[in-house]
Design a protein around this ligand. Structure first.
Ligand SMILES: [Mg+2]
Length: 193
C-alpha cells in the first residue's frame, strides 16, 4: 500500500475560531499575514500554536505519511502558514472557489468531492473541523472497499490537540504493519515460552 496522505485543514484546526467572548486558546500566538494578491497594508490576523510545527514534524519522523494542505488557504498555506510553524514547503489540494453560503451545501463538507477525486484510491487521514455524518459515512465506505480513510475532527474553538496526532499515528502504524505483536494466548496443555 502506498504511503497514506495526511490532509490538513487550517481554519478550526491550526487557527481556532474565537470563543463567544472573542478569546483564543492561551497556547496560540498572534501573527499578521498578507495573503497572495492582497496589499501589504491589508494583512490578516491569525493565531497559531508554535507547538504544532514540532508536533507534526515529530509525527512524520515516526510514521510514514505525506502531508498535504487541504484548506481554503490553498497556496497561502504553503507560503504563509507553514513557514510560521517551521514546516517545509508542502503540497496543497488546489481547491476551487465555489459560490457557497454554507460549508455543507449538499449536507457534507464542500471540499469532499474535490478531495475524493484528488485522492483516487489512495489511503488518507483527513483532519478538518467541519465534517458531517455524511462525510463519516463516505470515509467508512472508502475503508470498506479497501481504501483506508480516517477522519479526525478537532473542536473548531480549540483546534488540533496532541491526542489527535496520537490517533493519526496509531492508524498509520497499523496500516504500515508496524504494530506491536500481540502476546500469544496460552493454549490448554501447552506452555507459552
Ligand atoms: Mg476548517
Amino acid at each position: 500500500m502506498n504511503v497514506p496522505y495526511l490532509l490538513l485543514d487550517i481554519d478550526g484546526v491550526l487557527i481556532p475560531f474565537p470563543q463567544g467572548d472573542g478569546s483564543i486558546p492561551a497556547t496560540h500566538v498572534r501573527h499578521e499575514v498578507v495573503l497572495d494578491g492582497r496589499a501589504p497594508e491589508d494583512p490578516v490576523t491569525v493565531w497559531l500554536n508554535p507547538a504544532h510545527g514540532p508536533m507534526l514534524t515529530d509525527m512524520f519522523r515516526s510514521v510514514p505519511l505525506t502531508l498535504v494542505w487541504c484548506t481554503s488557504w490553498r497556496r497561502d498555506a504553503t507560503t504563509l502558514i507553514g513557514p510560521l510553524l517551521g514546516l517545509p514547503a508542502l503540497a496543497y489540494v488546489d481547491l476551487p472557489h465555489p459560490k457557497i453560503t454554507t460549508p455543507h451545501p449538499n449536507g457534507y463538507l464542500w471540499k469532499r468531492d474535490y478531495v475524493d477525486a484528488w485522492l483516487g484510491n489512495e489511503p488518507a487521514v483527513w483532519i478538518d473541523d467541519d465534517f458531517t455524518p455524511l462525510d463519516h459515512e463516505w470515509a467508512a465506505q472508502r475503508t470498506a472497499v479497501g481504501f483506508p480513510t480516517l477522519l479526525v475532527q478537532p473542536d473548531a474553538h480549540i483546534g488540533l490537540q496532541p491526542e489527535h496526532l496520537t490517533q493519526v499515528t496509531s492508524w498509520a502504524r497499523a496500516l504500515s504493519g508496524d504494530i506491536a505483536s500481540p502476546v500469544p494466548a496460552a493454549a490448554p496443555g501447552r506452555e507459552v515460552p
